[in-house]
Design a protein around this ligand. Structure first.
Ligand code: PEP
Length: 259
């Protein structure tokens, strides 16, 4: 049974894929689709296509997200992008702490924490990713890992700020691998995250903050995952590059939101 009044969010992370024409065309497929009003939808193209994709989806229900940001205001930070630049091109969401940034690029909780604060200060919405490696799950450390990432990435965040954050539980072993957490495995961690929020903040925040699941979500598994009580949407990588597949996941969100 879903928690009442929760709007699901389906976010597509395009990662480092597509070219300009492909990105605009894909955005166009969503812009012209008949999207269910019960579900929030966001697409997150690479930085260089944010502007063009933002123009293509302007005036539709689709929101724009960035895959990352730098925490400093504009200045001498070669190669980086500021929150003001993201606002300027129409972003609403910013993915932070994605496992590829934590584990491939080497981002620390401390750096992610500075980014969370910068994004909140810019009145954008962070989608903060948390999740364990396969060896950590096999060693029974999943809860310790997500607790550590939660504490470190959200250090100094007030209750009022926490209420504006979206969390995404993304087990690293399920990202881009075709292996999905079972609905029970995902639900267990989502429920644990609500307990962490209840302890660190309060029960209203624990209930109200949206927690997305990410890790090989596709049309064939979306319904079962999205119908779990504590799963409020999905962060979709590979399957968000296929318009039919992503639209089917959005439709599964609509069904989960209305049963
Ligand atoms: C992601 O990019 O956050 C992700 C979950 O990727 P995939 O759906 O491809 O596993």
């Amino acid at each position: 049974m879903k928690r009442s009044g929760k709007r699901l969010l389906i976010a597509g992370n395009w990662k480092m894929n597509l070219n300009r024409t492909m990105a605009i065309d894909l955005a166009g497929e969503f812009a012209t689709a008949d999207l269910p009003t019960e579900v929030d939808v966001c697409i997150c193209p690479p930085y260089v296509y944010l502007d063009a994709v933002g123009i293509r989806i302007h005036g539709t229900r689709i929101q724009l997200g960035s895959q990352d940001v730098y925490f400093e205001p504009p200045g001498a930070f070669t190669g980086e992008i500021s929150t003001s630049m993201l606002s300027d091109v129409g972003c609403d969401f910013v993915i932070l702490g994605h496992s590829e940034r934590r584990n491939v690029i080497g981002e620390s909780n401390e750096l992610i924490n500075r980014k969370v604060k910068a994004v909140l200060n810019a009145k954008l919405t962070p989608i903060l990713c948390l999740g364990e490696l396969l060896e950590q799950r096999e060693a029974g450390k999943t809860l310790d890992v997500v607790q550590n990432q939660f504490d470190g990435s959200l250090a100094g965040i007030s209750a009022e700020q926490m209420a504006r954050i979206v969390l995404a539980y993304e087990p690293v072993w399920a990202i881009g691998t075709g292996k999905t957490a079972t609905p029970e495995q995902a639900q267990e961690v989502h429920s644990d995250l609500r307990k962490i929020m209840a302890k660190c903040y309060n029960s209203a925040i624990a209930q109200d903050v949206r927690i997305l699941y990410g890790g090989s979500v596709k049309p064939s598994n979306a319904s079962e995952l999205l119908s779990q009580a504590d799963i409020d949407g999905a962060l979709v990588g590979g399957a968000s590059l296929d318009s039919d597949g992503f639209l089917q996941i959005i439709a599964a969100g609509r069904t989960a939101a209305t049963v």
